[in-house]
Design a protein around this ligand. Sequence first.
Ligand code: SF4
Length: 98
Amino acid sequence: MGEGAKARYFIKHGACLYCPVACHKVVRSSNGEYDLEYETTMALGGLTGVHDPQRLIDLAELADRLGFDTISLGNTIAFLIYLGGEKGIVKGAPRWGG
Ligand code: SF4
């Protein structure tokens, strides 16, 4: 998390039970607090081109609430973007960053 995003969104570190790595970042979402994992940031952010922190946090929170695995969801969307935008195989596929 960059310094600007950290100052605006970061609340505290978090972790899965007994994990000493503690890679989670508890951040401010539009609904309150959300426990963001770095894998989610990679999959729903970097792979799909969603670089706005608030959009990414809210998207991840919504995906969690709907029962999606955020890493699988991000990879699936990225694959659709690839098939639609680069290969033209899937019509109506989402765009990178859209
Ligand atoms: S997701 Fe992060 S906190 Fe959880 S087990 Fe993996 S490294 Fe540890």
